[in-house]
Write a protein that binds this ligand. Sequence first.
Ligand code: FAD
Ligand code: DLZ
Ligand code: SF4
Length: 512
Amino acid sequence: AKTLRLILADQLTREIASLKDLDAERDVVLMAEVMEEATYVGHHKQKLVFLFAAMRAFAEELRGEGVTVDYVALDDPDNAGSLGGEVKRALERHGCDRLTLTEPGEWRVLEMMQDWREEFDVDVVIREDDRFLCSRARFEAWAHGRKGLRMEFFYREMRKETGLLMDGDAPEGGQWNYDVENRKSLPKGVTPPRRARFAPDATVREVMALVEARFPRNFGTLDHYGWGWTRAQALEALDAFVREALPRFGDYQDAMKAGEPFLFHGVVSPYLNAGLLTAREVCDAAVAAYEAGAAPLNAVEGFVRQILGWREYVRGVYWLKMPEYRDANALGAERKLPDLYWTAETDLNCLAQCVGDTRDHAYAHHIQRLMVLGNFALLGGFRPREVQDWYLLVYADAYEWVELPNVQGMALFADGGMLASKPYAASGAYIDRMSDYCKSCRYDVKAKTGDDACPFNYLYWDFLIRNEATLGRNPRLAMPYRNLSRMPRERVDEIRADAARFLDGLPATYEG
Ligand code: FAD
Ligand code: DLZ
Ligand code: SF4
């Protein structure tokens, strides 16, 4: 049957399921830049440029192979504005009798695709996305009957199943996890390596002009744009990471430094999630460096765990728990997200730095996302739906399947502890230990009270006080709650008043 094969912006690989039996003589590949996808949240300008540029480059690659690609650009006057609208037009235009799809990474889009079975008069085939190392069915089988879904146990099974970093039946080196050796703060004098960044070519500049013209008010700037847009560039970025940063990835995985957004991180998530790199090849590249003696086990195991463990795990959780998962709000957080998440204008230097990196690069590394931006949202009690939208739009690597469990489960504890055994709540001391942010902050990280006190300090205690009914019996919080129980009443009142004054004083006027 003459088949229309739709390729989404995050399915940019020749290996994608929907292209597997492509008949270049007969079939048509459809790719469409549409307003509906570009506006369901107000994506960072760099995310839009990255995806449209990578889509255009991938279409050219397919054409180079002799494939018929119907590419609908955003400014095409006939653009129907939605994926469904474009599929309908293309089915008619090309007289196809079958539509072949790969399941998308978002519930919203899957629902849409399922409706297409009714809407269109052709066979609609939705194939499993086999780019993941763990299928949805495999994850469901693992999760079945378990009370808690701890990543660490899932990860061990994945190690065994893939054979990655295995020595027969035993983990390489004798342990599954080497984090005790990781998570150091960055010593003075250690400078991060240069990263593979790519200067826009004529096509990318054209996309930049389109995005500036059509989305002038979106979050973020294109000034520091450096994302690659082809598979070859993504491979180059991976190679540069493995050679220059991977050896110290483990050591400094949790470190933060002003003006150094990338440190020793992979900076590969936009490529992985869009399809320009596969999870397996990224893991294999890291393991090969270990086997060649070019990178230590603590670094390589830590890096592989992020992908083989966390990335696969959050995807499994997403499909297991949707659609209820996005509405969970276990801590009843109801404050509006403050403007500083959009403006970076704040005296809290850690927040100014992390929002600033996000605005400049559509990127922040994990600890910035979790322990600064996420921690503040947790302590402040900001509405999960608003926090979700923020994370979904500000990062070049963001799709709901990966954003949502990280926000709901890891950062906000909004799922009541399904994903994390305790909230990632921390006071200023943690940020001070892991970063150089505090030394140029107008607040005093050591001060607990008074106008100069670091707000994270009283917000931390206020959070525990406010949520005592829900969190007070959590064994992993026994220590702080014991300390709280010894606090004089006046001190508790003072904390509550400081926190209320601070939070009420945060401007919150933006409509997301
Ligand atoms: P590295 O630190 O080098 O890690 C290597 C790879 O491991 C990453 O590229 C990524 O694919 C994977 N990985 C690491 N941690 C996670 C994790 N927690 N969940 C899933 N994959 C992980 N990642 C996204 O890809 N998209 C998102 O929208 C996203 N939203 C997040 C929101 C919050 C609140 C938090 C705390 C984390 C989020 N992450 C998200 C996970 C993580 O922060 C990013 O994957 C990572 O910062 C990407 O940068 P990197 O490639 O340099 O990662
Ligand atoms: C994120 C995004 C954007 C901004 N634009 C498009 C687009 O124009 N066309 C398209 O096919 N996909 C786009 N995407 C990705 C989808 O919104 C969606 O997040 C993923 O396809 C889910 O797998
Ligand atoms: Fe952030 Fe507090 Fe440190 Fe300032 S003192 S940078 S607010 S943790």
